[in-house]
Design a protein around this ligand. Sequence first.
Ligand code: GTP
Length: 416
Amino acid sequence: QTYPASNIAPPQVSRKQLMGYVGFANLPNQVHRRSVRKGFQFTVMVVGESGLGKSTLINTLFSTPLYPAMELPPPSAEPPKTVAIESISADIEESDVRLRLTVVDTPGFGDFVNNDSSWKPILDSIEQRFDAYLDQENRVNRSKMVDNRVHACLYFIQPTGHALKPIDIEFMRRLHTRVNLIPIIAKADTMTDEEVTQFKARVLADIRYHNIQIFQAPTYENEDEETLAENEEIASRIPFAVVGSTTVVKTPDGRTVRGRAYPWGVIEVDNEEHCDFVKLRQMLIRTNMEELREHTNLVLYENWRTEKLIAMGVEQDQSVFKEVNPAAKQAEERAMHEAKLNKMEAEMKVVFAQKVMEKEAKLKQSEEELYARHREMKDALDKQRAELEDKKRRLESGRPLTPEKTNTRKKGFLRT
Ligand code: GTP
């Protein structure tokens, strides 16, 4: 027998001291082993105007030429330009941990004359991925779910040194409820340290002013001090001012580093003094990848799913919505019952009036018949009286009765 969930009483919990080693302290290790066996799926999207260094940064981030065309660029050829939303997946491995990394690259955002709805295809792509996941959840067999939802969106801001552009604000406003936004100041090597600091403050002020939610690593109560400090340090660098490069260059002091060489010096990608690339990678991969995945699953996807299902209930079938709304259903039932009663009452009134009319007609008819009979009888009596009176007069005057009259008398006698 099964019981509704609400009838299942919560179990009584008491604290017990173990008498010896049982083994569940090994649970985290079991989870760890299973996760390692299963591997991880992570999808990152890059959005920003054309030429801001999106593809370069992704290749720099994962220390892998994910974009094959960038692996061996033909000499003197222009770097390829992204022209459509495309996703590139790669299985990368580090210390026996497998990661299925998917990068969703978007074409030069805001490249058109009219950029009013540039955000639309990107939002559609994010929602289509939610849709695909919802489809899988609704399948009979859910053992092999592929998570293609976008877990993080790196939004590239042009290093103008001014404020956010309307197109940046519009994009972030439209997408912050659907994806973890991570703002990035692109090509930070084009600005001085001071300009970067000022620009960051301005960008953050704009984000706050427009109530845009950007991804913030959650802080838990019993977090150790080291992690708290690390999270704080990462948060203080947002928006990350980054420099991307897959090229290895030689520094004046003879080190070989990934960076960009200029006549006046070398910008090192992996040097925290030079840019925020290391902090971005730390947040995205080392520290907060799981939080990004969790926030996508528990908050962003869950909200989208609720909105979608409610909208489906209302738009596709009004009755389905009423079904789940007991007050509306009760009101509808009451209205239907009242209408039924009113109809019955009206029908009864019509039948009653008809019956009354029929009875009245019948009564009138029998009244008329009675009158007619009464008249007839009265006439007969009058006639009889007249004959009797005539007879009386004749008898009194001594005149004999005629045979006809005798007959009449006999008839009259018989009748009485
Ligand atoms: P689309 O694919 O057209 O959207 O361009 P993208 O944003 O992917 O830019 P891409 O990575 O192709 O880089 C464009 C140009 O910018 C290339 O010449 C890169 O070498 C250069 N570039 C990339 N990152 C940086 C950077 O951090 N600083 C500077 N100064 N140049 C960069």
